[in-house]
Design a protein around this ligand. Structure first.
Ligand SMILES: NC(=O)c1ccc[n+]([C@@H]2O[C@H](COP(=O)([O-])OP(=O)(O)OC[C@H]3O[C@@H](n4cnc5c(N)ncnc54)[C@H](O)[C@@H]3O)[C@@H](O)[C@H]2O)c1
Length: 253
């Protein structure tokens, strides 16, 4: 576990209502940051924000649908206005779009709708929020962390559109790192089997615990282990930009 003094810092965490996003929002808030939990409007977002706020943490719900370009950008501007600026944008929201695996050989199932949806929530969402956040982050000399996947690094995810979208996140991270330098550092994290208890994970991947047992580290990662790397990339890592860090228990080793 790592720590940092994030007093006076302001953070948006997308996907903040559950899983890796919730763990990261908690971590940043515990370190002293004000945190906007950006997620789909609904009970889960309200419960997550209320639960963290009930512990005395400075968090608030920032409901949005990141598939909607205007809503995504508006959410960032409103959250930054509420916090008086922005230091860190942590893009974690994502979705496999299909809950049963579609193999790469099954081209017929890779419909236009599936491609659009997968690219919109897993890749374009990160561009939309980063675009809107850029002026605030340049002002604060802040940082962005994106969320890729081992599927984006090697392929073989729940569907080809998901893998391609996550591969795009790795390249988007390099492009944004060049485009926003030297004021804003932009990095990504590529998880393997992290926090598998979260929301729909067991449904979409029943053998996740057995698969994780075969990793060099022999277990799935925790949300806290993911959040630690987010914290390092935001609050430390002052000479690192454009990189994707594998938080994967050795999967890619
Ligand atoms: N958990 C893992 O091991 C793992 C592995 C590879 C990649 N990932 C990636 O990590 C990220 C988080 O995964 P997780 O396991 O915590 O999943 P999760 O389902 O628990 O969390 C994802 C969050 O994103 C939100 N979200 C989905 N669509 C949205 C939209 N249109 N607008 C706003 N918010 C939306 C969901 O409501 C949810 O709260 C995802 O991008 C996922 O692809 C996770």
């Amino acid at each position: 576990m790592i720590s940092a003094d994030l007093g006076q810092r302001r953070t948006i965490v997308t996907g903040g209502a559950s899983g890796l996003g919730l763990a990261t929002a908690r971590k940043f808030a515990e370190m002293g940051s004000t945190v906007a939990l950006a997620d789909l409007d609904g009970d889960r977002l309200g419960e997550a924000a209320a639960s963290l706020a009930g512990e005395g943490l400075e968090v608030f719900a920032a409901p949005t649908d990141l598939r909607d370009p205007d809503a995504a950008r508006q959410m960032v501007r409103a959250a930054a206005a509420q916090m008086g600026g922005l230091d860190y944008l942590v893009n974690i929201a994502g979705h496999p779009v299909t809950l049963t695996r579609i193999g790469p050989e099954d081209l017929d199932s890779q419909t236009e709708e599936l491609w659009s949806e997968a690219l919109s929530i897993n890749l374009l969402s990160a561009f939309r929020t980063s675009h809107a956040a850029a002026p605030f982050l340049k002002e604060s000399k802040g940082a962005i962390v994106n969320t890729a996947s081992m599927a984006g690094w090697r392929g073989g995810g729940s569907s080809s559109p998901y893998s391609v979208a996550k591969g795009g996140v790795i390249t988007l991270t390099k492009e944004l790192a060049r485009g926003l330098a030297p004021d804003v550092r932009v990095n990504a994290i590529s998880p393997s089997y992290v926090h598998p208890d979260s929301t729909n994970f067991p449904l979409k991947w029943p053998s996740v615990f057995e698969d994780a047992a075969a990793l060099p580290l022999g277990r799935p990662g925790t949300g806290e282990e993911y959040a630690d790397v987010c914290l390092f990339l935001c609050a430390g890592a002052s000479y690192i930009t454009g990189q994707t860090i594998h938080v994967d228990g050795g999967w890619s080793a």
